[in-house]
Design a protein around this ligand. Structure first.
Ligand code: DX5
Ligand code: ZN
Length: 219
């Protein structure tokens, strides 16, 4: 069985104890840090920006997976590379020239990701799938943590898996929003490789245990 990656979403951390929560992820079995950047325009919320990411990156010892929920993300590709992002994901809906954006991300030495809103069809990636390192399927409407999982996601994951295989691409599939131990297994069965989990991890009684149990469940 392939190793399924768990990416706790720092959006659900305690911002007054950020270093403590980052160290918790460092010492857990989690694989990535998922960092949600929102601009209040692409999504109806503002999370945190560059100085906070810089502070996180100082302590984070695992892959930094940055999810940009912002308009015109090309403006900040270089900045996020400098801040230490390893994976940079932009929204399909925010890019007029997606192919160019993906090349620009890779030119800065990062893996290039594309996120799809719940209403955005997988088929729109048909002509660019070979250039994408990661597709992030949004299983909630982006902007907030703690929302409930949209069931249509399973169908989209299967369609994406099929598109990847058909095109002989190396793209990995990430799921973001409302992920819990209730839907994790089925998501992996239909093709997911990376599971983002915010509230399910950070609001649990023992986040380290929760992450460990999730890894075990998916072995
Ligand atoms: C939503 C963000 C998610 C969010 C996930 O806009 O992209 O990464 O933090 O949080 P949960 O797992 O609580 O839905
Ligand atoms: Zn996210």
């Amino acid at each position: 069985m392939k190793d399924i990656l768990i990416a706790p979403s720092v959006l659900a951390a305690d911002f007054a104890n950020l270093q403590r929560d980052i160290e918790m992820i460092n010492s857990s079995e989690a694989d990535w840090f998922h960092i949600d950047i929102m601009d209040g325009v692409f999504v109806p919320n503002i999370s945190f920006g560059m100085p906070v990411l810089e502070a996180i990156a100082k302590h984070a010892k695992k892959t930094i997976d940055v999810h940009l929920m912002i308009v015109d993300p090309d403006r900040y590709i270089k900045t996020f590379a400098t801040l230490g992002a390893n994976v940079l994901t932009v929204h399909y809906e925010a890019c007029a020239h997606l192919h160019r954006t993906l090349q620009a991300i890779k030119a800065e030495g990062m893996k290039a990701g594309v996120a799809l809103n719940p209403h955005t069809p997988i088929a729109l990636l048909e002509n660019v799938i070979q250039d994408i390192d990661l597709v992030c399927i949004m299983s909630v409407n982006p902007g907030f943590g703690g929302q409930s999982f949209i069931e249509n996601t399973y169908k989209k994951v299967s369609q994406l898996k099929e598109l990847i295989v058909k095109n002989n691409a190396n793209t990995i599939i990430e799921i973001d929003g409302g992920v819990t131990s209730k839907n994790a297994k089925q998501l992996v069965e239909v093709g997911a490789d990376v599971l983002v989990a915010g509230n399910f991890v950070f609001k649990s009684e023992n986040p380290i245990e929760t992450i460990s149990a999730m890894k075990k469940l998916l072995k």
